[in-house]
Design a protein around this ligand. Structure first.
Ligand code: OGA
Ligand code: MN
Length: 197
């Protein structure tokens, strides 16, 4: 397990972007995908963003995905397994990199055809609790023409990552600019943040 976590951590240290193409098992990825389908049926996926209508409108020009937060109290086996994996990763990160992460939050996200998330960073000006971003993709057989790539901006270069199932991406929330390209197909993921509160 720890050795597996080092794939993500070592690539993060080398490139500021950690990538592990086998972070989730096929089975866990499928189970989480199934949870999202159920949430969609139950109307549990909600437009991302908080605040009054004006703030919401501004928000929706930035992003058009729908989200739902994970919660251990949901007592869903796959959700539990995912959060336990995240906790184990945090434990390993804290003990090897002295990161002092003491909290986290994760949400499911669905981008339908035509959805996007424009270039941004994950730390708000008013709140610096989010230290690291960890994204897990849940989509099988993703093709170039499906769009929806994660674009990561560093210096003058753009790194493009396919949102293929089992793949995890890890970077610092306060400095890595990124974007979700326009999707031509429904795109599922779990995105979360490791925090100091
Ligand atoms: C986010 C985000 C990227 C992705 O939710 O903040 O940037 O690839 N997601 O889903
Ligand atoms: Mn982001």
């Amino acid at each position: 397990m720890n050795q597996q976590f080092d794939v993500l951590i070592d690539s993060f240290i080398a490139n500021k972007v950690g990538i592990d193409k086998n972070f989730l098992s096929r089975e866990l990825s499928k189970g989480l995908q199934q949870n999202i389908r159920q949430l969609q049926e139950d109307n549990g996926m909600k437009t991302a963003g908080i605040g009054n209508d004006r703030v919401k409108d501004a928000n929706q020009q930035m992003r058009s995905d729908k989200i739902c937060w994970l919660d251990k109290n949901n007592n869903n086996v796959f959700e539990q397994e995912f959060l336990e994996l995240a906790e184990a990763f945090i434990g390993h990160l804290n003990s090897t990199c002295f990161t002092s992460i003491n909290s986290y939050e994760f949400h499911y996200a669905v981008y339908e055809e035509g959805n996007f998330y424009k270039r941004h960073i994950d730390q708000f000006r008013s709140d610096n609790q989010r230290k690291f971003s960890l994204i897990n993709y849940l989509n099988e057989d993703w093709l170039e023409e499906d769009g929806g790539q994660l674009y990561l901006y560093q210096d003058e270069t753009v790194q493009k990552i396919q949102p293929e199932s089992k793949t995890a991406v890890f970077f610092k929330s306060d400095e890595m600019e990124h974007e979700v390209a326009l999707c031509n197909r429904s795109r599922m993921s779990i995105t979360g943040w490791l925090k100091q509160v």
